[in-house]
Ligand binder design. Structure first.
Ligand code: DON
Length: 561
């Protein structure tokens, strides 16, 4: 298929250019995070207009869940390369009145006609098929998830909350430097898709640039047509039929039955003690358990003595990251595989894992791909309720396809499955059996929004984007806040590292001092300097109210009152 070939060529050609482009982007975005400090309520999002949309809802008396839904819908419009109603995600909710936590899984599902061997061609796995084109598309969960959250906790109807998103899509908004970079980076591929090229290229056929006004009138119409019962209209109505029929005409598997049978799942959140606090996270198929295991291996209180980003500190981090990713190989969709999360978080296993944490697992050095699809969103309202949400269509512009009449960008979440055992996906994660493809199964995700409380009171929330670097990015920012007592603005801005055990390479941001890098190399670590690793947002409660920031690595907004 032409698009697959051009994707491979594109990746090969741009592998070196990505680094240079990201450096330029960093220069554009500067290093300062988008930060705010407010007394009552706050939204931190990977998009400033989305943060504003959420905030406006809370100013008019809406709660954190209302605000999260409004902001998520707006983010689907402003960050269409990263997330939207063609994708899915995870939401963690803290309800202050009862002190209870709720975990909502609205991850995409494999179509019912999917099979473990669907990407084998002439007996060989073709991973590119899971990443680009119609077979990459999994059943979207976004609308069902937002509707479910609203039904249980919301105080506003869907259309009221969709209004800012519809306005942005209809009237247009200036393309951010990050979105412009995403468009130009994928231009050679997305120009072949009629929907994407009509939306993200100008009349002269040039990719939209930063500052150009982007409108998404088709998407505005679709959001409006979802009406007050989005679940019914998207999954069992005209929108769903149109979407499924388009995907099938292109050669994909998503059918009307797939949409009609899609359900989000309320799951029991994971809870783990750390630094006199309780850390809450999403269970499988999200990676909250991996993050909690890493925190467990680190033991509270020992880290400040090592010194922030000192060589001994980084060596500890590398060890626990590796061990966490080794244990992550047991993760998958709990409806299909038994994931031993309880055992992995038991004191006995944590002790064992800590001892193993400094052992190495050598493997060939390969470049890791870390796209910046995915978007994170954090909300705290004046009643103290909190929402931490991460949502995605997977890689930039997902399957690189748009349903042109609905204006929906289609996800490529099938690539998060093991295309075959041992075969790496776009994030260089090697396929493992528990994450094999099966009809109706959810692919394993690295998304891991967290909320931390102390004596039942909100302390902090964090989450991020960046494939597997989400886990390690959220880990480092949580440690910066809880152990090194940094402000969110500083925490999200500090240089980070990433190690996923396999490939045997530590990715380090180029802002990590050369002297530190040299010492790590002299100790035998194989380092690869990477311009930027993921993007993380955080909100922290303090005596003066709330402080929050979003990562300048991607732009975004922190706003409140
Ligand atoms: O769920 C996951 O783990 C991936 N689909 C997340 C993708 C992502 O963060 C894209 N950005 N690099």
């Amino acid at each position: 298929m032409h698009m697959e070939r051009s994707l491979r060529t594109h990746i090969a050609l741009t592998a070196r250019m990505v680094a240079a482009a990201a450096v330029a982007l960093l220069a554009l975005g500067a290093i300062a995070a988008r930060a705010a400090s407010v007394p009552h309520a706050m939204v931190v999002a990977e998009s400033a207009p989305a943060a504003k949309a959420g905030l406006a809802v809370m100013r008019r008396g809406g709660n954190a869940v209302d605000a999260a839904v409004a902001a998520a819908l707006a983010m689907g419009v402003t960050n269409p390369a990263s997330c939207g109603i063609g994708g899915g995600g995870f939401m963690l909710i803290y309800w202050a009145k009862t002190g209870r936590f709720y975990a909502l899984d609205y991850r995409e599902r494999a179509p019912l006609r999917a099979s473990a061997n669907m990407y084998l061609r002439n007996g060989r796995p073709d991973e590119a098929l899971a990443r680009t084109g119609p077979l990459a598309v999994a059943v979207p969960g976004e609308v069902a998830g937002l509707a479910a959250a609203l039904k249980r906790f919301g105080s506003r109807d869907f259309q009221t909350l969709a209004a800012p998103a519809i306005r942005l899509a209809e009237s247009g908004f200036p393309v951010t430097p990050h979105l412009a970079w995403e468009i130009s980076r994928t231009a050679d591929i997305i120009r072949h898709d009629p929907g994407l090229s009509a939306t993200f290229f100008d009349r002269g056929g040039n990719p939209l640039k930063a500052g150009d006004v982007l409108t998404e009138k088709r998407l505005a119409g679709t959001l409006r047509n979802l009406g007050k019962d989005p679940d019914k209209n998207f999954y069992r109505g005209k929108t769903g039929l149109e979407l499924a029929s388009f995907i099938q005409r292109q050669g994909g598997l998503v059918s009307p039955e797939d949409l009609a049978s899609y359900r989000p799942v309320w799951r029991t959140p994971l809870r783990f003690p750390f630094a006199e606090c309780e850390v809450y996270a999403l269970p499988p198929p999200a990676s909250g358990g991996v993050l909690l295991e890493m925190l467990g291996m680190l033991e509270k209180g020992h880290l400040p003595g090592l010194g922030f980003n000192s060589v001994p500190y980084l060596v500890r981090l590398i060890g626990v990251m590796r061990q966490g990713f080794i244990d992550r190989q047991q993760y998958g969709d709990p409806a299909f595989v038994k994931v031993p999360v309880k055992e992995l978080l038991s004191p006995e296993h944590i002790k064992e894992a800590r001892a193993l944490a400094l052992k190495r697992t050598p493997a060939p050095l390969k470049t890791a791909a870390h796209d910046h699809g995915t978007a994170n969103l954090l909300v705290v309202d004046s009643a103290g309720n909190a929402v931490a949400m991460t949502t995605t269509i997977n890689t930039i512009f997902g399957a690189k396809m748009m349903e042109p009449r609905l204006g929906i960008v289609l996800n490529d979440e099938m690539d998060d499955f093991a295309v075959a055992t041992g075969v790496r996906n776009v994030y260089r994660l090697a396929g493992v059996k528990p994450n094999a493809i099966a009809p109706g199964k959810r692919p394993l995700s690295s998304m891991t929004p967290i909320i931390v409380t102390k004596n039942g009171r909100f302390v902090m929330a964090a989450g991020g984007s960046g494939g597997p670097t989400i886990i390690t990015g959220v880990l480092q920012v949580a440690l910066d806040l809880l152990e090194f007592h940094m402000t969110p603005a500083r925490a999200v801005s500090e240089p980070r590292i990433h190690d996923q055990a396999n490939p045997d390479v530590v990715l380090v941001e180029e802002r990590l001092p050369v002297s530190t890098r040299n010492l790590l190399e002299r100790m035998g670590y194989r380092l690869k300097v990477w311009p930027e690793l993921g993007a993380v947002g955080a909100i922290m409660a303090g005596p003066e109210g709330l402080r929050g920031a979003f990562d300048s690595r991607k732009g975004g907004g922190a706003d409140g009152f």
